[in-house]
Ligand binder design. Structure first.
Ligand code: FAD
Ligand code: SF4
Ligand code: SF4
Length: 479
């Protein structure tokens, strides 16, 4: 091992090549090229095989990272895939879109002095290779079980639970109000981070494995939660968070001021070939526009980079804190800068100007003050520092809150927290309704795909335990 691994002292970090900014501005393809086999093996060999791997500790799925890095370095890719897929339902997706700088790679111990192992890129390489070589198979139950589970929401949390339950033999029905499977992975996250075929091929395999999808089916409207509870032995709610936070300032009602998710969904649907009247009319298309995106998270980064690709005349990101205090991934900020986005740090909108349609954003400079109880530095406006940015498309990317799920489902007994997220017992993941479980963003608040996968997998285990415990007395009575 010593010879093959620990190469970080000799080999520099070499992530997969990025397409140059000028080319990637003109299309929606992913920006990273694939690793060549020898490059992936060489990069994997930089791992020092830590006794206590902090990379795994800080991966929400506790992936066995050193093991699959070693197997990759040795060219044993099929085994690497077996190990990697044992803990992660979508390793190729996490390899693409996890903020690795905050998770596994940010905690790689060779990071200090040497650059971290390129864990995400190797994870993506392993599973992309597994797809190419036909190693990725539909979920295959060893035997069919008589129990069924209803899952509300076909995002990563719902899908991870569905796959795990189906593999164990459960009859699984997934209900989603959208017309495609994937949740925010299909309609939120843009193609240049996650090409849609990567999600769609999983959907096809899940169907092949016997998971039944009921699309265009909004629970609370087309079917009630009470009906699903009667139909299934357990229900898992994984409906995500979709209520966009708004800005309260003069002019916010002008035409041309749009919520981020409306804008991104229209772009994704258009790229998928769907007719999108709001895109075709120009209302949600940035072509030729002077775009201002308000916010500093990953959604804001996705909006600015989408606007660049649509051919916007100019794209500015307005954020009230500075670069160091931005919630978005630094990697995405750097990508946006390379692609020509202007960042205006420490500035917040005061008013939208215009007559009918927005023509400018009046902004004020902000000052970073002392940290509050949460440790975050407070921001305050600097008097008399106002300035105007020309703008004919303003995109609000200020985060998301949960919809009112008890009202949506007509179930007042579903308890919520003071943030509106669903309240669950954290040991069982069960809501206050017996047999109804919940996970993903609807419990955590807006979070990450990898955490949703973790919740889906954990929920499947809890549901399995619950259904078996409930069935045990009946089975005993029948004996
Ligand atoms: P979702 O993915 O939101 O899925 C919920 C599903 O439930 C949806 O399909 C919805 O249609 C369905 N649903 C809702 N209500 C009902 C109902 N009443 N009946 C039936 N179905 C219903 N995370 C990352 O890790 N990396 C990133 O780069 C990243 N980028 C992001 C970019 C954007 C623009 C956004 C908005 C989020 C991003 N995230 C990213 C966050 C990530 O997408 C979410 O944390 C994750 O998708 C949450 O998974 P989920 O399964 O809980 O919910
Ligand atoms: Fe890193 Fe995400 Fe993969 Fe975990 S799932 S190893 S955090 S890229
Ligand atoms: Fe390898 Fe870095 Fe993980 Fe250590 S922390 S096992 S060096 S990837």
């Amino acid at each position: 091992m010593a010879e093959r691994m620990l190469q970080f002292v000799r080999l520099p970090q070499m992530p997969p090549e990025k397409r140059d900014a000028a080319t990637r501005r003109s299309d929606f393809g992913e920006i990273y090229r694939e690793f060549a086999a020898d490059a992936a093996a060489a990069q994997a060999s930089r791992c020092s095989q830590c006794g206590v791997p902090f990379c795994s500790v800080h991966c929400p799925l506790h992936n066995n990272i050193p093991d699959w890095l070693k197997l990759t370095a040795e060219g044993r890719l099929e085994e690497a895939y077996e190990v990697s897929s044992a803990t992660n339902t979508f390793p190729e997706i996490c390899g693409r879109i996890c903020p690795q700088d905050r998770l596994c790679e940010g905690n790689c111990v060779i990071e200090k002095g040497f650059e971290s192992v390129t864990i995400g890129a190797v994870e993506k390489y392993i599973t992309d290779t597994a797809w190419e070589r036909g190693w990725v198979r539909p979920p295959k139950p060893r035997r069919e079980l008589p129990w069924s589970v209803g899952i509300i929401g076909a995002g990563p949390a719902g899908l991870a639970a569905a796959e795990r339950l189906r593999t164990r033999g459960y009859q699984v029905d997934v209900y989603d109000r959208y017309d495609r499977v994937g949740g925010l992975m299909i309609y939120g996250i843009p193609n240049f981070k996650l090409e849609k075929e990567v999600v769609l091929r999983r959907w096809r395999q899940f169907e092949e494995g016997g998971i039944r999808f009921h699309l265009n089916c909004a629970v609370g409207k087309d079917v009630t939660l009470a009906e699903l509870r009667a139909r299934h032995d357990a229900v898992f709610i994984a409906t995500g968070v979709y209520r966009a936070r708004d800005i309260a300032c003069p002019g916010v009602g002008l035409e041309g001021i749009v919520p981020a998710l409306d804008y991104l969904t229209a772009a994704n649907r258009h790229n998928l070939g769907d007719p999108v009247p709001e895109f075709e009319s120009g209302a949600l298309d940035a072509r030729g526009r002077q775009v201002v995106v308000i916010g500093g998270g990953d959604t804001a980064m996705d909006c600015v980079r989408t606007a660049v690709r649509q051919g916007a005349r100019s794209v500015t990101c307005l954020y009230r804190r500075d670069r160091a205090n931005m919630p978005g991934s630094m990697r995405e900020v750097a990508n946006a800068e390379e692609e020509g986005v202007t960042f205006t740090w420490l500035a917040a909108p005061e008013a939208f100007l215009g007559d009918g349609r927005v023509s400018g954003v009046r902004a004020t400079r902000m000052h970073l003050g002392l940290p509050d109880a949460t440790g975050r530095q407070q921001v305050a406006p600097i008097p008399g520092s106002g300035f105007t940015i020309p703008c004919d498309l303003a995109i609000k990317a200020l985060g998301f809150d949960p919809e009112d799920v008890p009202a949506m489902f007509g179930e007042p007994a579903l308890a919520v927290t003071r943030w509106g997220t669903l309240k669950v017992d954290h040991r069982t993941m069960m809501t206050e309704l017996p047999g109804v479980f919940a996970g993903g963003d609807i419990v955590r608040g807006a979070s990450l795909v990898v955490w949703a996968i973790r919740d889906g997998r954990d929920a499947a285990d809890r549901i399995d335990a619950y259904v078996r415990a409930k069935a045990a007395p009946a089975a005993m009575a029948a004996e």
